[in-house]
Design a protein around this ligand. Structure first.
Ligand SMILES: [Zn+2]
Length: 335
């Protein structure tokens, strides 16, 4: 039995794949406001199916390029700084922004050449400790939750962490939720404990390679293009709403200073790690020198009341699914 929704989605996907339907799609396109798309990585085309980095929803180079080609054909893609400037009183046509979080090496090596080839502006939100060599806590978590040796009957988990034993992604999300209540140092201690108490688990020896980050030289090389801008994604990628005021101030201020020192450019945009944000921290973000902040929430930004809570969201990796999302015809998929 196929649901009505599934039939409509199939019909829309069919329409999206045929250029002669463009006039119809133009009629249903959003007319005003802006939408910002978020990515983390763009993987090599030869990445093996089943690789956890694909399961996390990252596109391959071919998927990403076909999306960029379609987006440039259908919409105006503008730099994030311009969208932020115009946000309080958006007056024009619908526009898109493109952003990346964390600062993975494949953004410099795979995504950037594609975007520059098509003349598309983009912003990369850098987590400065990752560029300085720290392995992200969530990389350790992903590798653990998607380990080929994962066996529910011999698994030790912290008290209160529940998951569906048939779904490693549910283990990943419940552990991430549990860990996101803590500061980064404590998270790494918890992951040490998780690894010790699950002696069957062997962390991948090539984790640093699987989770490679840009170098500051990559950053400087890329910024030769006026299409590239940088933002902060904090120093160590904590949930900023869970930090003590002094630690919050440190994460906000030191990351901005580090990026400005390395690039020689002003850095006044921030994307909150994990999208965690509460309006009570807006003052701290402003005092640390930022003029706008980005949350993880689906939707079009029309009248932006809080410049520290501008919406961004993911799109699916398949082209019709991604276009449906940009046209506002499908809901956020959990990830
Ligand atoms: Zn992030």
């Amino acid at each position: 039995m196929v649901s009505e929704d599934a039939v409509i989605i199939r019909l829309l996907k069919f329409l999206l794949s045929h250029p002669w339907c463009d006039p119809l799609l133009r009629r249903i396109s959003p007319v005003a406001g802006f939408r910002i798309l978020t990515f983390h990585r763009v993987l090599p085309d030869e990445t093996q199916p089943g690789d956890y980095r694909l399961l996390l929803g990252n596109p391959t180079a071919a998927q990403f390029e076909s999306l960029i080609v379609e987006l440039t054909r259908r919409f105006h893609i503008r730099p994030l700084s311009e969208l932020v400037d115009r946000a309080p009183s958006w007056d024009g046509e619908f526009a898109l922004g493109i952003s990346f979080d964390d600062g993975y090496a494949d953004v410099a090596r795979i995504a950037a050449p594609i975007l520059l080839r098509h003349g598309v502006p983009f912003t990369v939100f850098l987590t400065t400790a990752f560029l300085d060599g720290e392995i992200p806590w969530f990389s350790r978590l992903f590798a653990f939750a998607h380990s080929a040796d994962l066996r529910a009957d011999s698994l030790w988990l912290p008290e209160g962490v529940r998951w569906d034993e048939n779904s490693p992604s549910s283990l990943r999300t419940s552990l991430a939720r549990y860990l996101n209540r803590m500061d980064t140092k404590r998270i790494h201690e918890m992951l040490d404990e998780l690894e010790t108490r699950n002696p069957w688990y062997r962390p991948p020896t090539d984790l640093r390679n699987l989770e490679a980050f840009m170098t500051w030289d990559d950053v400087r090389r890329l910024q030769c293009s006026p299409l590239v801008t940088w933002g902060s994604h904090t120093v160590t990628h904590p949930n900023v709403t869970a930090l003590e005021p002094l630690r919050l101030e440190e994460e906000l201020r030191l990351s901005r200073h580090r990026i400005e020192h390395e690039t020689g450019r002003e850095c006044d945009l921030i994307a909150y790690p994990g999208g965690y944000y509460e309006s009570r921290i807006a003052g701290a973000v402003r005092d640390a020198g930022y003029r706008a902040g980005f949350v993880m929430r689906e939707g079009i930004n029309r009248r932006v009341l809080d410049p520290y809570a501008i919406r961004r969201h993911y799109v699916p990796t398949d082209l019709p699914g991604a276009l449906l999302k940009v046209y506002g015809l499908s809901r956020q998929r959990p990830r």
